[in-house]
Design a protein around this ligand. Structure first.
Ligand SMILES: NC(=O)c1ccc[n+]([C@@H]2O[C@H](COP(=O)([O-])OP(=O)(O)OC[C@H]3O[C@@H](n4cnc5c(N)ncnc54)[C@H](O)[C@@H]3O)[C@@H](O)[C@H]2O)c1
Ligand SMILES: [Zn+2]
Length: 365
């Protein structure tokens, strides 16, 4: 078991990482709610719901579970409204708690409800995907989607406690696990050479979800993200480094209607393309590029979907850029474990992207 303390100006909270940790709840929970709205989805709740309900109830409160459909389609204001109704009917007031048991979708949705219900109530996160444990449950961003774009309606709302149960990952589909692993590699590749080396040395244990390795991996990612968020709460500078692989990754996801890649799979390709762009632009030495590409290759990079042309992807990129006020930036590695922000390198990017989409990068890139 590992515990990471996150400081947030307003007190801070603990992230507890390990197996069988719901039983720590009565002592670990820093608030004493009388009622809890427990939000989960129908993939997660049958496996892990009862355990969390029991653990919460042992801490005292009445627990009202609310199970949503799995997937991005539940991250809407309409589902949030149904949750407000459930909370009101269960009698939740300002002193009560909203808990999230699930992946990033459930965490973002329940967090948004916690941030807005009666101007904000306490929020507990029990993330059950690797992505949620290393990324979305840390940092305090919560949101729902709008028909015109993802995560456009949101807030910052820190949890009072995060319980990352490594055992819950046992029922996660392997493809989802690998997609989450891409975000893990991102931390090593963009922020920390020692962590990258740890991943290289412990890759098999990581892929086999070995307890010790996984606890170290999740704790390190949480520390790295929490550190950056604390130093850069307004997303002016350093926090952008967390978007390594995301510029092209998002463009690929959007250009394929969010139907071909899982988010992490698109990010893995985006990181590999950023590495090639950096090498071509002369900001990343060849041997460092080889090292990064070898780790990314272990994730198993998805081939391009048939028929996707680079014009469509670049158009998405430009649209994104326009929305953000015209500043096209790329996060590029300058060596293994360190990335920097560069102004748009659109020509190089277009060339590398066309190579990928044309299937000309070959195996092992
Ligand atoms: N708030 C943030 O800072 C932040 C950061 C990154 C991503 N996100 C958001 O996170 C979401 C993606 O999160 P995700 O990848 O966890 O997706 P997800 O919540 O949709 O989970 C992926 C799939 O796995 C299933 N699942 C989850 N845990 C399981 C388990 N233990 N066993 C079996 N099945 C399980 C889910 O039902 C779903 O089908 C996106 O909406 C994204 O916008 C938020
Ligand atoms: Zn991501």
């Amino acid at each position: 078991m590992q515990t990471v303390r996150v400081d947030t100006g307003v007190g801070g909270y603990a992230i507890i990482i390990g197996r069988d940790i719901f039983r720590l709840l009565p002592e670990a929970l820093p608030v004493r709610p009388r009622r809890v709205l427990l939000v989960s989805d129908s993939n997660v709740y049958p496996h892990w719901g009862e355990g969390l309900v029991r653990a919460l109830a042992a801490a005292g409160p009445d627990v009202k579970p609310y199970v949503v459909n799995p997937g991005e389609q539940s991250k809407t204001l309409a589902v949030a409204e149904a949750l407000y109704t459930a909370a009101l009917q269960a009698g939740l007031d300002r002193g009560d708690l909203v808990a999230a048991l699930g992946g990033g979708v459930v965490g973002d949705l329940a967090g948004f409800v916690a941030a807005t219900y009666m101007r904000g109530v306490a929020f507990l996160q029990a993330p059950t995907t690797l992505l949620a444990q290393v990324d979305s449950a840390v940092g305090g961003k919560v949101a729902v989607n709008h028909p015109l774009g993802k995560n456009l309606i949101g807030a910052f709302h820190q949890p009072v406690l995060v319980l990352s149960d490594l055992g819950a990952l046992a029922t996660l589909p392997p493809r989802e696990y690998r997609a989450g692993a891409a975000e893990v590699v991102k931390y090593g590749a963009a922020l920390s050479e020692p962590f990258l080396a740890y991943l290289e040395q412990n890759w098999e244990g990581f892929m086999a979800a070995d307890d010790t390795v996984l606890a170290e991996v999740v704790a390190t990612c949480c520390r790295l993200k929490a550190g950056i968020v604390a130093r850069d709460e307004r997303e002016a500078g350093e926090r952008a480094l967390l978007n390594f692989g995301h510029t092209l990754g998002h463009a690929l996801e959007a250009a394929t209607g969010y139907a071909y890649y899982l988010h992490g799979e698109a990010v893995a390709v985006g990181m590999a393309l950023a590495t090639l762009i950096a090498r071509e632009a002369g900001v990343l030495p060849g041997d460092e590029a080889d090292r990064l590409l070898a780790v990314l290759g272990r994730l198993g990079l998805l081939p391009p979907p048939p028929g996707l042309d680079s014009g469509t992807v670049l158009a998405t990129l430009r649209y994104d850029k326009k929305r953000k006020g015209g500043r096209g930036v790329f996060i590029l590695p300058v060596r293994a474990g360190e990335a920097r922000i560069f102004d748009s390198l659109e020509e190089t990017a277009a060339r590398v992207l066309a190579q990928y989409l044309g299937g000309r990068l070959g195996k092992g890139w």
